[in-house]
Design a binder for this molecule. Sequence first.
Ligand code: GUN
Ligand code: ZN
Length: 434
Amino acid sequence: MDSRTKIILGKTLSFKKNPMINGLEDSYSFIDTGAVFIKNGLIEKVLDSQGLSLPDDVEIIDYKENLILAGFVDAHLHYPQTAIINSWGRRLIDWLNEYTFPEEGRFHNLDYASEIASRYFDISLSHGVTTSVSYGTIHSESVDAFFLEARARGLRALTGKTCMDRNAPSYLCDTAQVSYDQSKALIEKWHGVDRLGYVITPRFSPTSTLEQLDALGALWKEYPDCLMQTHIGEQPEEVKWVKELFPKSKDYLDTYEKSGLLGPKSVFGHGIYLTDREKDRIKEVKASIVHCPTSNTFIGSGLFDMKGLSLAGQKIGLATDIGGGSSFSMLKVMAAAYEISQLRGHALHPADLLWLSTRGSAESIHLDKKIGNLAPGMEADILVLDLHSTTAISQRAKQSKNIWELVFPTIMMGDDRAIKDVFIKGEQWSPKLK
Ligand code: GUN
Ligand code: ZN
């Protein structure tokens, strides 16, 4: 690793607190002429470069009017669905059966899994995502491929074998015992290697028997350091189906809790259709919910209650939910989050959106001590945003009166053209796709 100091100059944005609950003023730090010092892959300090005499024996990259912030953290996605993103039409269960399951069936082949994992990372990095929390498929090969490709790029990345033992094609089903054994072997092989983390991953209650959920709950007890990810309350039909499949459970959340799959390190995708009891209980145990707005509009799932949940103190992350989500861009995800919240009568501030896509997402996966912010000691996974990436964006940005007006056109209209540069642990990533 390069142990020399590197300094990157530009406008810098860091977060001190969650602006959705603490108000804007005390929550962020913006420096118009910032300097980020990077050493040994970590952020050493963030200072104002005005009046600072910079050493002349270090590498200095001057991004001038561009905005430097933490890389995006995509807290819920399915990398094996990369190649079937934007499959037309249908509701969740039909979409899974028609498009998703046949594609996921291909991931027993390590070569194919590696090709898609490599493609996924190249695309997501070109959109400024520096940490991904993905579902694999039922196949251990899908997890190996993802971790190998992440490691080759030096990325912090998380995934797990997606466990199913019913209500899916036989080629995608294992058993309670096999899911336990294979997940355990993968944890032993990968968890904590470099910057990789294993996530215990029952897909969702409809595709697991009680026996499988119990087996994964037992596994989690053995490896409490791992996250546990699954889906909850995405569509009304799904909630109704869970009621039929688990008549003895109080509600959807209870199907997980009964099997030991509810705790502070539970990460629940979607969470649109939750009862008051479920909301209270998720908050009580300090588990996370990940908002997937482009997916919730694309699959027609519904309008997430960002204001209500965040004001209640719920930990919330933000995600693309590839391939249910229609874009790899966290900018598009933020734009969709804004519009969904507007439809519920609440205008999320640009600071709220940037918090959610960086430090908020990092908190939701218990990595906020390491990633998600431009602050001393954090891993130098950094994003440089061009706030004038298109004519349409630039002409609006030129009218701005402050940083928030300046960045908002990029949030709403931006795409991968706005990603000026990405640093992975302090090293500039060179895009193959551009
Ligand atoms: N629920 C269970 N599996 C999935 C999936 O792959 N995508 C989405 N959006 N929801 C799910
Ligand atoms: Zn999902």
